[in-house]
Design a protein around this ligand. Structure first.
Ligand SMILES: [Zn+2]
Length: 98
């Protein structure tokens, strides 16, 4: 069986290997499949865009490729809160921490 040729790569695999792709540690063949999936899949494209901007930001701040996990989570937390605010404009978040 050759399987479904229209979706050779699945989202969980793409997201799980995002850093391999961003760090250019992925073999060329895999890389092409990956790029193709991202081009066609908006949730993966969005996640890829976020990770890429985090990486650029960190690189600019620290001058190297290593992402300190606390900085990364700070940046990601910030992105999350911006996204929550955007979502919250339509429907307020039910959860409230006192
Ligand atoms: Zn996807």
């Amino acid at each position: 069986m050759s399987g479904d040729q229209s979706h050779p790569t699945d989202c969980s695999e793409v997201l799980g290997r995002l850093y391999e792709y961003l760090d250019r540690e992925m073999p060329d063949g895999e890389c092409a499949k990956f790029q193709e999936h991202i081009d066609e899949c908006s949730p993966c494209l969005e996640k890829y865009g976020l990770e890429q901007s985090v990486k650029k930001l960190v690189k600019r701040c620290c001058g190297h490729d290593e992402v300190p996990s606390d900085l990364r989570s700070k940046v990601m937390g910030r992105i999350e809160s911006i996204r929550e605010e955007e979502a919250g404009a339509a429907s307020p978040a039910p959860r409230r921490i006192e």
